[in-house]
Design a binder for this molecule. Structure first.
Ligand code: NAD
Length: 498
């Protein structure tokens, strides 16, 4: 019998008020039910926000270094349970074990980084322009934070948000994606074991419209940290702006990798296979477009097609498997609809373009790694985020032309250039419009202590990762202490005689 999970509200396990539930199934074997979860709605969100509000004052008064100690302990528990967490995640969302181990490690790195930030959270002290007066700025907590996460990094992305929020002194209502509720529930369980007090972290399972929107609309939620699609991000931004909520949006991408004629082609090939087909292409930073210099176009495409068609698909729990399934049936249907569009619009299908079938593959949502060549900038598969194992290949005449093609999208998350020409590399660093640029490495591979996020319609200017996350989850307060025993007026008394 699959395990039945509950919400955690105010430290107590609770069913959804409606009594309804939903199933979470293994995308590599849809007969396997991973767990049963509460299908919550606004009433559950209201209870969770109340609990978070009640817990806020005490938590915000708890010293930040000690809040960090709790997060550090959660990291230690994750280290001890790493293999179990990785296997659980592979069963839940399909990506291969080597990647789910990486996803858990990202959470561990974020725990240790965030814990250390509890002893920094620096403000500024500066000399006052007046005598016998002291000035400083300090970081203070914000209040109740709404955390809404996607399914593709079920552990890493929630930790990017929850750990800095906790160390900053905020309390949390967390709604994970309904494709990956189990990893989220385990993360909450670990934080409770590490010592997070009742009410500080609450989890409410359920759908985006019922639970996510209720969090966004709630007047006592002070900030929203959202990662997901651009369409949903825009909706959240619109609604949250009515109450001037602070909102961080990490949204879609249409990332491109450029390979110049002077590149190490074998290195570029490895990078593209990893960038385009790792996580079955279901990463916000996945390589979705490949821009090849015309001089190596034919040769490189042949090399790529040969290697990509040999990638082994299957259940990610098998260590020899390189590509897992799409996360669910509708995601696979969506991917296939882009194949049909690509063919109709005149792109040349080089490999793939169909469901992967036969043996155990028939039990899951598998799709063959797919490559389209002769893609032009106005084609839908060059413009829209597909979020699957589909790569659109374009041809460029020069580095300037390649950068122009790369920039020709509404998104701006990650980018990559393979070249051994230093002039090309620096031109790319300067001219590419993206939050992240890699030189001689694929579009994926963010490190947790560095800022992460995108430009244009990939986000709204905030960054996750490292110290930048703390800028979002805390407020700056400026303090003046006048110990002169008289009224001193800044700007006026300072320059009275000038
Ligand atoms: P999604 O937007 O469908 O869902 C994300 C989360 O929002 C889920 O928890 C969902 O239940 C919730 N949600 C859905 N509708 C909502 C609403 N109306 N109000 C409030 N919450 C709502 O995205 P997804 O399919 O889970 O994830 C894939 C998308 O996420 C892709 O576009 C991908 O590029 C993006 N992504 C971005 C980053 C980044 O850091 N930029 C990282 C990972 C994924």
């Amino acid at each position: 019998m699959p395990k039945v999970f509950k919400n955690l509200i105010g430290g107590k396990e609770k069913d959804a008020v409606s009594g309804r539930t939903f199933e979470n199934r293994n995308p590599a074997d849809w007969n396997e039910v991973v767990g049963i979860f509460p299908k919550s709605d606004k009433r559950d969100v209201d209870a969770a926000v109340d609990a978070a509000k009640q817990a806020y004052r005490e938590w915000s008064l708890y010293p930040a270094p000690r809040r960090g100690d709790i997060v550090k302990k959660a990291g230690d528990i994750m280290v001890a349970r790493k293999e179990e967490l990785a296997r659980e995640m592979t069963r839940e969302m399909g990506k291969v074990l080597v990647e789910t181990r990486g996803d858990v490690q990202e959470g561990i790195d974020t725990a240790y980084y965030s814990a250390s930030e509890g002893r920094r959270m620096f403000g500024v002290t500066a000399p006052s322009e007046l005598q016998n007066k002291f000035t400083m700025s300090m970081r203070v907590s914000v209040g109740v934070a709404g955390v809404i996460s996607p399914w593709n990094f079920p552990m890493a992305i929630p930790t990017w948000k929850i750990f800095p929020a906790l160390v900053s002194g905020d309390t949390i209502v967390f709604k994970p994606a309904s494709d990956t509720p189990k990893t989220a529930a385990t993360l909450v369980e670990i934080l409770v074991e590490a010592g997070v007090p009742a009410g500080v972290l609450n989890i409410v399972h359920g759908g985006g419209n019922e639970v996510g929107m209720a969090i966004v609309e709630h007047e006592d939620v002070e900030l929203i940290s959202f990662t997901g699609s651009t369409a949903v991000g825009k909706k959240i931004s619109e609604i949250a702006s009515r109450s001037l909520k602070r909102v961080s949006l990490e949204l879609g991408g249409k990332n491109a990798e450029i390979v110049m004629d002077d590149a190490n082609l074998e290195l570029a090939l490895d990078g593209i296979l990893w960038g385009a087909f790792g996580t079955t292409g279901q990463r916000c930073t996945a390589t979705s477009r490949l821009i090849l210099h015309e001089k190596i176009y034919d040769k490189f495409l042949d090399m790529l097609a040969e290697r990509a068609s040999r990638l082994k698909l299957g259940n990610g729990l098998d260590e020899s498997v390189e590509v897992g399934p799409c996360v669910n049936e509708s995601q696979r249907e969506k991917v296939h609809s882009y194949t049909e569009i690509g063919k109709k619009e005149g792109a040349r299908l080089v490999i793939g373009g169909e469901f992967a079938k036969g043996g155990d593959l028939d039990k899951g949502w598998f799709y063959k790694p797919t490559i389209f060549a002769e893609v032009t900038p106005n084609m839908t598969i060059a413009i829209e985020e597909i979020f699957g194992p589909v790569l659109s290949v374009m041809k460029a005449k020069s580095i300037d032309h390649a950068i122009e093609l790369l920039n020709g999208t509404i998104y701006g998350l990650s980018s990559a250039v393979y070249t051994r020409n230093i002039n090309h590399a620096f031109k790319a660093i300067r001219d590419i419009k993206a939050g992240i640029t890699y030189i001689n490495a694929p579009t994926i591979g963010a490190e947790t202590h560095m800022p992460f996020g995108g430009v244009k319609q990939t986000g709204n200017g905030h960054r996750e990762g490292g110290a930048s996350a703390f800028e979002f989850f805390s407020e700056i307060k400026t303090v003046y202490v006048d110990y002169s025993d008289k009224l001193q007026r800044a700007q006026i008394d300072t320059y009275r005689n000038s």
